[in-house]
Design a protein around this ligand. Structure first.
Ligand SMILES: *Cc1c(COP(=O)(O)O)cnc(C)c1O
Length: 405
């Protein structure tokens, strides 16, 4: 990791401690580097965390919140997980999939991998989550699925999603890259409520394996297909049944699969991060509360708060500069870095502003007015679990200096 220059507040460094380092070293010493015992344990522990509402103890000691089937499939990125989920659901040419324009390109690119067409949907101006009323107007006879993103870690209403899926007969694949660990209406995102839910363990996300992801599904056939397709389309089912002498060399290739499996070194890191995930979320939530208080009198639009207290993963802290702010977004970002040594970012440059998506999607800026308006004002401030009080102070002083009167 390149060191930040002294005094610079980084945007989102990973929170890696001695426990993660020891776990990775142990995996390296074990002699098993690729997908193996650590990946299997990571999958089981991740599913248990969702079932029990992120209880730090084992499943046996905690009454489950979700008691139905739940399969966790470890992959090497959320992008891979989204691709596998759509593939397992049979999405293909001629199908349409509703995706928010307010997201990272991965949410939509996986739809194109399968030859299907993403349909860009505007965001709710308050939450910046997908506007389901707008999405309803865009449903056609070809619409097969919707991929909501829980932007910044704020859940899309579970009841609204379920009603949408029912009314329009579409499958829900949740892009939960920002949304671990967080409940929605009391039920952890990922705990069996949608056909597939995909988490990211990219280096900047709420827990990390460097690169990695998890596809979670209550549907056994989706899990089975995803397990086959994450490793070259190799199936051992036939041979498990006939047990070719049990020596384990035999397999069948049943499809041109992908190479999406997670390494055991990454999984070893993930198992430690998983145990720390709630504590890391609480650290971010505390920073969010400090920002809310410190900026209350400034001409900013604040992140939307959850319907139920505590139901926010606080992956990002996104503010919008109001019309009465004394500075524009671009100058704000530039001066935060140059004058105050604070790194910021923008989430997101909406998809309809990128040349590729302009080429393949019909929607124009005029169809996506809320995303257009938000884009010009949006900035993400640093919020990460290892952030020191002094770093939070530095951000507060900087923002007040540039936006206060
Ligand atoms: C980070 C991110 C992804 C992709 O995650 P990877 O693990 O890097 O593939 C997908 N969707 C959203 C909204 C993201 O922020």
């Amino acid at each position: 990791m390149p060191e930040e220059p002294v005094g610079v507040v980084p945007f989102a460094p990973p929170d890696i401690g001695e426990e993660e380092i020891a776990a990775v070293v142990e995996a390296m010493r074990s002699g098993w580097l690729t997908t193996g015992p650590n990946a299997a344990a990571f999958e089981a522990e991740f599913a248990d965390a969702l079932r029990t509402g992120f209880a730090p103890t084992s499943r046996a000691q905690v009454p489950p919140i979700w008691d139905g089937p739940l399969h966790a499939v470890a992959v090497n990125s959320a992008t891979a997980g989204l691709h596998l989920a759509l593939e397992a659901l049979g999405i293909g040419p001629g199908d349409e999939v509703l995706v928010p324009t307010w997201t990272f390109t991965a949410t939509a690119e996986v739809v194109r991998y399968l030859g299907a067409d993403p349909v860009l949907v505007d965001c709710d101006p308050r939450t910046l989550n997908i506007d389901l009323e707008r999405a309803a107007q865009l449903v056609t006879s070809r619409t097969r699925a919707i991929i909501p993103v829980h932007f910044a870690g704020l859940p899309v209403s579970r009841a609204d999603l379920a009603a949408f899926a029912r009314t329009h007969d579409v499958t829900v694949v949740e892009d939960a890259a920002h949304a671990f660990p967080v409940p929605s209406d009391g039920i952890p995102i990922g705990a069996g409520q949608s056909e597939a839910v995909v988490f990211s363990f990219y280096a900047t996300k709420t827990m990390t394996t460097g690169e990695g992801g998890m596809l979670v599904t209550p549907d056994e056939s989706v899990a089975r297909r995803a397990r086959t397709m994450r490793l070259h389309g190799i199936s051992r089912d036939v041979f498990d049944r006939y047990a070719h002498g049990g020596s384990g060399w035999a397999y069948e290739v049943v499809a041109p699969g992908f190479k999406y499996n997670l390494t055991d070194t990454a999984a070893a890191m993930g198992r430690v991060q998983l145990r720390r995930a709630v504590a890391m979320r609480e650290a971010r939530a505390a920073i969010g509360r400090r920002y809310d208080e410190a900026f209350a009198d400034l001409p900013l639009q604040f992140p939307a708060h959850p319907m139920r207290p505590g139901e926010h993963a606080w992956h990002l802290y996104v503010v919008r500069l109001r019309d009465d702010a004394p500075i524009g977004r671009d100058a704000f970002i530039q001066r935060m870095a140059a004058e105050h040594r604070v790194s910021t970012s923008v989430h997101f440059i909406p998809l309809h502003r990128h040349p590729y998506w302009q080429e393949v999607c019909a929607a124009t800026a005029a169809d996506l007015p809320h995303a257009e308006d938000a884009f010009g004002r949006t900035v993400s401030l640093p919020i990460f679990s290892a952030m020191s009080d002094a770093q939070v102070d530095q951000v507060i002083v900087a923002v007040r200096a540039l936006v206060g009167s």
